[in-house]
Design a protein around this ligand. Structure first.
Ligand code: GDP
Ligand code: MG
Length: 263
């Protein structure tokens, strides 16, 4: 029930005039008709409150049609990317820490949700075609550490993908769409190296995990590295897989944008 505070010593004539003015505005705005003239200001106030109560005058929700289409291309140099807190991050209570790091960098979160991914999604998102790429990356890391890599990149990659699908479907994830200048590479930098054992301190993976290739492989599981972040090839596609355009809100302005310019 809304409470209306009236200044104690308010001039009654002025109050009445203001109430009548408010009533007039309500009448114009909402097409209200008051059945008879109010006898005094209390009755006028009562009529107005009653009318307000009957109307839904809670703050208007932005009308879809009035929203700037989220399909509109952002400014030059401004990118969108997808980041999600993986099941290990969700289970460890790191959702807030991850979001905080994105926010404090000045990036703008334009979509956010928790989802429990299914098998189908995992197969589509992590298709076998990614196997050579994942294998090549792991091979490079192994060789850099002076370790042997006795597999083909393809077979190694396939085993990782299988483990990865099990991992991302094992508990809910928290996904967000992030917008900002060079957001894709910026978020990858905030996230850090794929293997947390190699990720720099100050990055999400470096600060919240120390998992490693061999350690994960030995246990036939994916490296637990707290978050996923799109690369430049995958960003738009990955966003579309988890968010409809209606679920994205790029049209609000952050305090940071007020300083550096809107993105
Ligand atoms: P990201 O983009 O840094 O996440 O790395 P990738 O796209 O190359 O790999 C996807 C995910 O698969 C990684 O985040 C890890 O969870 C997992 N992963 C990648 N490479 C390996 C690996 O060599 N071994 C294991 N066990 N997991 C891996
Ligand atoms: Mg990747």
């Amino acid at each position: 029930m809304p409470v209306v505070y009236l200044p104690e010593e308010m001039d009654r004539k002025r109050l009445y005039a203001e109430l009548l003015e408010a009533a007039k505005q309500l009448r114009e705005k909402y097409d209200i008709r008051f059945s008879r003239d109010a006898k005094d200001e209390v009755e006028a106030l009562y009529a107005i409150l009653k009318a307000l109560n009957e109307l839904d005058v809670s703050p208007a929700k932005p009308k879809r049609s009035k929203r700037r289409s989220s399909k509109k291309k952002p400014r030059a140099g401004v990118e969108r990317t997808l980041l999600f807190v993986k099941p290990d991050g969700v289970k460890r209570g790191l959702i807030g820490d991850v979001i905080r790091r994105i926010e404090r960098a000045g990036l703008k979160i334009i979509g956010l949700k928790m989802v429990w991914l299914g098998e189908d999604w995992a197969k589509k998102h992590y298709p076998d075609e990614l196997a050579p790429k994942i294998g090549a990356k792991a091979k490079k890391a192994f060789l850099e550490q002076g370790k042997e890599f006795p597999w083909t990149e393809e077979e190694y990659g396939r085993a990782v993908l299988e483990a990865l699908r099990r991992y991302v479907t094992s508990a809910p994830i928290v996904a967000m769409v992030i917008q900002g200048p060079r957001a894709i590479s910026k978020v990858r930098a905030i996230v850090g190296d794929t293997a947390p054992s190699r990720a720099a301190p100050g990055t999400i993976r470096g600060d919240f995990s120390c998992d490693d290739y061999e350690f994960a492989n030995e246990q036939t599981r994916a490296i637990m590295n707290v978050v996923h972040a799109s690369d430049s090839e995958g960003a738009e596609h990955e966003i579309a897989e988890l968010f409809s355009e209606d679920e994205l809100y790029p049209e609000y302005t952050t305090v940071y944008e007020e300083l550096v310019g809107e993105f």
